[in-house]
Design a protein around this ligand. Structure first.
Ligand code: IMP
Ligand code: MG
Length: 180
């Protein structure tokens, strides 16, 4: 394999190449397009990690889409193991009777998506489904019902294709594991 250069040189290894990601995202888009045929989708995106995923996915879905971007930050409150999630709702978003598709980069503990899902369900959407690019296989504190998943990965910290480590590496075209 060719040596990793530039920002790639901080990677220990590439987990998913840009080609593998694009092929799988195209499959997901086709599946979603067929499942939602005849409907308008309200896509709710968790920023910033899902930025490239949503951009590649939505451009391949030939259906009317309403896009809502949300900021969410999860943190562990004090010494308690139960986490808290802060969600910044955009003004004017409604969700009632809409077909909501929630998009995120990665399902890790499931905390962020679980909280967001509960708060969206209160708003009585016609339907609520979730798509993530990566599903991290780890003992989960919050069991989460996924509808679409790009790849299952092992319990390792990944960067690239939108995902960061301390604000860096989001712009890597592939997904990789950092050097220790
Ligand atoms: P969760 O609430 O623990 O499921 O994860 C919430 C967020 O943590 C995800 O949406 C990601 O933004 C971030 N995250 C989790 N695992 C990773 C990782 O391996 N690399 C980069 N970000 C991650
Ligand atoms: Mg995220």
């Amino acid at each position: 394999m060719a040596p990793l250069t530039g920002i790639l040189s901080d990677l220990d290894r590439v987990l998913l190449s840009a080609e593998e990601i694009h092929a799988r995202v195209a499959e997901m888009a086709a599946q979603i397009e067929s499942d939602y045929a005849g409907k308008v989708i309200t896509v709710v995106v968790l920023m910033d990690g899902a930025l490239f995923f949503v951009s590649d996915l939505l451009r391949q879905i030939d259906l009317p889409i309403r896009l809502v971007t949300l900021g969410a930050s999860s943190y562990q409150g004090g010494t308690e193991s139960s986490g808290q999630v802060k969600i910044q709702w955009p003004t004017g978003a409604c969700f009632a009777d809409e077909n909501v598709l929630l998009l995120d980069d990665i399902l890790d503990t499931g905390l962020t998506l679980s909280v967001l899902r509960e708060r969206l369900l209160i708003k009585k959407p016609a339907s609520l489904r979730t798509a993530v690019l990566l599903d991290k296989k780890r003992p989960r504190s919050h069991d989460y019902p996924l509808d679409y998943c790009g790849f299952e990965i092992a319990d390792e910290f990944v960067v690239g294709y939108g995902m960061d480590y301390q604000g860096r590496f989001r712009n890597l075209p592939c997904i990789g594991i950092l050097k220790p």
